[in-house]
Design a protein around this ligand. Sequence first.
Ligand code: ADP
Ligand code: MG
Length: 432
Amino acid sequence: MTGQYSINAEDLHAGYGTQDIVKSISCSFAPGTFIGIIGPNGSGKTTLLKAFSRVIPASGILELDGKAVSDFTPAELGMALGFVPQDEGRPFSYTVLQVVLMARYARTSRFAALTPDDYARCHRALDETGVAHLADRSIRTLSGGEWQRVLIARALAQDTNVLLLDEPTSHLDLAHQSDILTLLRDLAASGATIIGVFHDLNLAALYCDRLIMIKNGQMVADGTPDTVLTPEKIREVYSAEVVTSCHPATGRTFLMPVKAINGNVLPLKSLNVQVISGGGSGSGLLHFLTGRGLSVSAGILATTDTDYITAKVLELACIPVLPFSRIPVYALEKLKAMLAQADRVVLSVHPIGAGNLPVLLALCDMDPARIIIHLPEGREFASYDFTKGTAAAACQGLCAAGAPCTSTYDGILRLLSPNFNGDENHETRNTN
Ligand code: ADP
Ligand code: MG
């Protein structure tokens, strides 16, 4: 592919009947780029792709390689732009090869036969999409994923410089998803303009150079994945809570949903909860409480601790310290100030040695009624004690003074609830 084509749209409107679905879209796509179009269900992604590929009429400016799309003959358009629908009916029992060969007819004069080169191109497309072994199969016998790859093969066999794909991996398993997306990324790297609609934001972030985010038919963001996939924009457009991070294995933006706020917990929303954890004991708990909409802070955490990474990703306040060193005085003072501010403190029991014992002792100076102890099922304080008994005795002292102890996250929620009645302590237990 020479990569000389690209799309330019200005004030594009398109829809069905008299109703505009996509409104006032302006964007242009340079050759050699893999663009992802994202947005919630019904936001107009498919409609936009159909407008780009002239499947439906559009008003405004729409150019392909500098020429108005409306000036292309159908045959010219077929040589300039390939369109892969999300699915397509299979009314006839064609073979896979016959369907892919159809892509080549746009390139031949009306009565000419296909050449060996046409056949070779189609076989290559079948190879590239991993369906060569299905060449002689009736398309009606294919699985959804196999059919999706045949539709992609047909578009590849068109040999166009612009390829539009509507959720091209929606029916594919993990391995085929990455095969197809790698293929598309390689095509873009060799100069093609690839525009795909994506449902899976992590896949889009992983493969696309640029993302366009649509809401109610309008463009609300356009840029690199890290600038488009921010928690604020996701909240605004998808009404979903996510945390984002740079994935250590790929260096690409990675997004993780945080569980939607549970209605039962809404009364707790304003509660300021301080979690004291370490050695990875708090990761799940920090995620759980944050996901329930509580205002959570982490405590003093070594920068090599998994809990620290979790706190950073969740954007929680914490006090980072160097690993393998005694807790500095300033960090302890800061923690004491945070403990004083917190409505409740959750001690996620973790290994305690001489280095972090001062934190536990700081808890012992607090009103035990403000503390909840989380001790995993089947464990004892003694198994976390590396202080020859001081830490275990301090934990037992907290319990004896009235700090409730639970082994489950839901137990913590119940203990945090303002309606919690201390007598209903079926979740709590004595731990010796
Ligand atoms: P997306 O691909 O983002 O999920 P679509 O572009 O398919 O969204 O649809 C956008 C809106 O257009 C939806 O409200 C949908 O119901 C409507 N729509 C889609 N196709 C048609 C059609 N053929 N006729 C009328 N309305 C349609
Ligand atoms: Mg769609």
